[in-house]
Write a new protein. Structure first.
Length: 188
């Protein structure tokens, strides 16, 4: 009897999921919502300061993950936790669609450091993509502000930002390595 009930309820359950409308990400709605972000992240996702990361052409999956991480407090930053707390799942999806669709920007990097950074960058590209454009959960590093990258690598090193692979990797990097890698990726 129970087996029969289960056999009947599974297709019913599936039918319910299939029947539910799945809203597609709406980058126009994301653009409207981004009015509250541009004071820091800049017009078209190009920020004017290394305090604030560029969001232009960032991976949409990565943006969704980070906004949820701020929202639940697994990534800590008082400003972004407050901002993300006001966003619902649709806002997050729409903002990610908007920012990921913008043309990439390049912050540039100290030319004196770029070469030594390039020599060390191979170990990063397996995850962050052959041109450091990112892929899904792996963020784009290309063109990001070097000062922001240095800060985040420091956060992984101190354990303030948590991610198993990244914490293991930065454990093997000196401060000089970090500065050089950040300059190289920023220059792309
Ligand atoms: C008052 C300034 C400010 C505003 C407004 C703001 N942010 Fe941020 N945002 C920051 C800072 C600072 C960081 C870096 C946090 C850190 O160091 O971890 C950040 C980080 C992020 C990140 C992570 C990027 C990465 O590369 O990991 C995302 C995504 C993000 N913000 C999206 C948004 C969105 C979407 C909005 C608007 C709804 C917004 N932010 C509004 C200051 C701001
Ligand atoms: C095994 C895969 C892997 C490798 C190799 C790797 N990363 Fe990462 N990296 C990640 C993941 C996953 C994240 C996102 C973590 C999260 O969700 O918070 C990340 C995040 C980052 C961030 C934060 C970016 C931002 O916008 O906040 C920086 C900076 C970074 N990685 C630099 C590097 C550098 C430099 C190297 C090479 C020395 C490297 N990574 C190698 C997987 C990797």
């Amino acid at each position: 009897m129970n087996a029969l009930k289960n056999a009947l309820s599974i297709p019913l359950l599936l039918a319910c999921f299939w029947g539910a409308p799945v809203a597609a990400a709406d980058s126009t709605a994301g653009e409207q919502k981004s009015a509250t972000c541009l004071g820091c992240h800049g017009p078209k996702g190009k920020s004017g300061s290394a305090q604030w990361p560029n969001l232009a052409a960032q991976q949409s999956t990565y943006i969704v993950n980070q906004l949820n991480a701020f929202k639940t407090g697994t990534r800590s930053n008082p400003i972004m936790q407050a901002m993300a707390g006001n966003l619902n799942d649709d806002d997050i999806k729409n903002l990610a669609a908007y920012y990921s669709g913008l043309p990439p920007v390049s912050a540039g990097g100290d030319p004196a450091l770029v070469k030594s950074g390039q020599a060390k960058a191979d170990m990063c590209l397996g995850c962050h993509g052959s041109s450091a454009k990112g892929n899904g959960q792996f963020p784009r590093l290309a063109g990001q502000h070097p000062g922001y990258l240095v800060n985040q690598l420091g956060h992984f090193k101190e354990g303030m930002r948590k991610n198993g692979p990244m914490q293991a990797i930065v454990g093997n990097l000196s401060d000089e390595d970090i500065k050089a890698l950040a300059a190289y990726f920023g220059s792309l």
